[in-house]
Design a protein. Structure first.
Ligand SMILES: *Cc1c(COP(=O)(O)O)cnc(C)c1O
Length: 413
């Protein structure tokens, strides 16, 4: 991925020096590369080209309207987990008919909205949710198309906070209960079984757990077809990992080979739900150094981005590489890069070797395109960052920096 690279000593996004964006828009600011987003989407599409499939970009990874619009233009569908995400997809001109709806806690209102919007598939995560969907379908005089999300009880070998396919997880229905639930659904008037679904976790860097899970699920798909369920879709979820530091996740081609080999016996149309793997490396978070603070035990560098802007290090012990926007020669020192938020976990980069930053110096947290802005909050009453989309030599603000008045919108004193 070359969308973010140094030209001379200045870090660029495509043809634009990132320091020019920071100077114009301020910091903290997320910057995305249209070329990187497009290239990655095409790579995945081409990897699955020989097989009927639909890519449903997982909106929660990065839900900015400009990014949803870009993926819509490339032919993408969407994977959503709330009514709010459905509204975003529609606002961006996306097609509900290419959208699948997952999540353990869909409300009947959200289901009814999605059904009347013509959603492709509900990925149902419990027996009681199936009954609720049936009621919604009957009330609308329609059969809601659904797949059961099954839990294949496979260890995804990722951080425990982003593993979703173990028996102990809240996601999906237990594998062993699926056959009985499809049989039960057949007697319901408000639903129609159209597929089978699984998603075992995120930031997957090995193919073995994918293969194990998909082989089990493909087997179940074949069993269900043999029992007379007219399934069309096998939804293999998302989860393909990216490189943050030294991980070596499968390439899209290797991922496709693994998936296609496992699902071959089904003859199903594949639904893919990539999130992180499409947007993660296509974005960075720009920040400016406020203060250096040498102490007896370590040197802190205080920057103007905090855990409210990028929560992944605090939440998942995640690593984001840190690059100066203008390279400078000097001796490396060990520093902890911390944000302004009043929490001890507000450490964005721990124990990094850097040329001791100067006050005012600009840096980029790399690989921040996924689960960055979409997880940002206003904790400590910090307005959320601006977002910028670069396209070649051009760039534009695709979300204004929040203003302080936005912080109390809807409040009454
Ligand atoms: C979050 C999620 C995804 C996307 O996961 P990535 O790791 O970002 O690819 C896909 N499907 C479901 C059901 C999800 O919850």
């Amino acid at each position: 991925m070359t969308a973010f690279a140094y030209r001379k000593s200045s870090l660029h996004a495509e043809g634009v020096p990132l320091s020019a964006i920071a100077d114009a828009v301020g910091t903290p600011t997320y910057v995305y590369s249209a070329a990187a987003l497009t290239e990655r989407f095409r790579e995945v599409t081409e990897a699955f080209a020989g097989h009927p499939h639909l890519i449903c970009y997982s909106v929660k990874a990065n839900s900015n309207l400009a990014i949803l619009k870009l993926f819509t233009a490339l032919g993408s569908g969407f994977d959503i987990v709330s009514g709010g995400e459905l509204a975003r997809v529609k606002q961006a001109g996306g097609d509900a008919g290419k959208t699948v709806f997952a999540g353990v806690g869909k409300t009947p209102d959200e289901m009814a909205q999605a059904l009347s919007s013509g959603i492709r598939l509900f990925n149902v995560e419990s027996a009681e949710e199936l009954e609720a969907l049936d009621a919604v379908g009957r009330r609308a005089g329609r059969r809601a198309p659904f797949a059961l999300r099954v839990n294949p009880d496979v260890d995804a070998r990722t951080h425990r906070y982003i593993a979703t396919g173990l028996k102990t997880s809240k996601f999906g229905v237990p594998f062993e209960e699926a056959v009985a639930l499809y049989a039960k659904a057949k007697k319901m008037k408000g639903v129609q079984a159209l597929g089978l679904d699984c998603h075992i976790g995120s930031q997957l860097t090995r193919t073995a757990p994918m293969r194990a899970a998909l082989t089990k699920v493909a087997d179940l798909y074949v069993t269900l077809k043999a029992k007379g369920h007219a399934l069309e879709y096998l939804d293999v979820g998302g989860g393909l990992g990216i490189t943050y530091s030294d991980e070596t996740p499968p390439s899209p081609q290797e991922y496709a080979r693994t998936v296609l080999a496992a699902v071959k016996p089904t003859g199903a149309t594949l639904l893919l739900e990539p999130g992180r793997s499409l947007v993660g490396n296509a974005g960075v978070l720009l920040t400016r150094v406020l203060y250096r603070k040498p102490t007896e035990t370590r040197t802190f560098v205080v920057v103007d981005a905090g855990m409210n802007d990028l929560i992944r290090p605090a939440l998942y012990e995640a690593h984001h590489a840190l690059q100066p926007l203008v390279k400078r020669r000097g001796k490396d020192v060990q520093v902890d890069v911390v944000g302004p938020v009043c929490e001890s976990t507000d450490v964005l980069a721990k124990g990094r070797s850097l040329v001791l930053p100067r006050q005012g110096e600009l840096f980029a947290f790399m690989s921040a395109g996924a689960y960055g802005m979409s997880m940002a909050s206003t904790y400590n009453s910090r307005p959320r960052p601006a977002e910028v989309l670069v396209d070649g030599e051009a760039w534009r603000v695709v979300r204004e920096r929040e203003r302080v008045e936005d912080l109390w919108r809807g409040e009454r004193a």
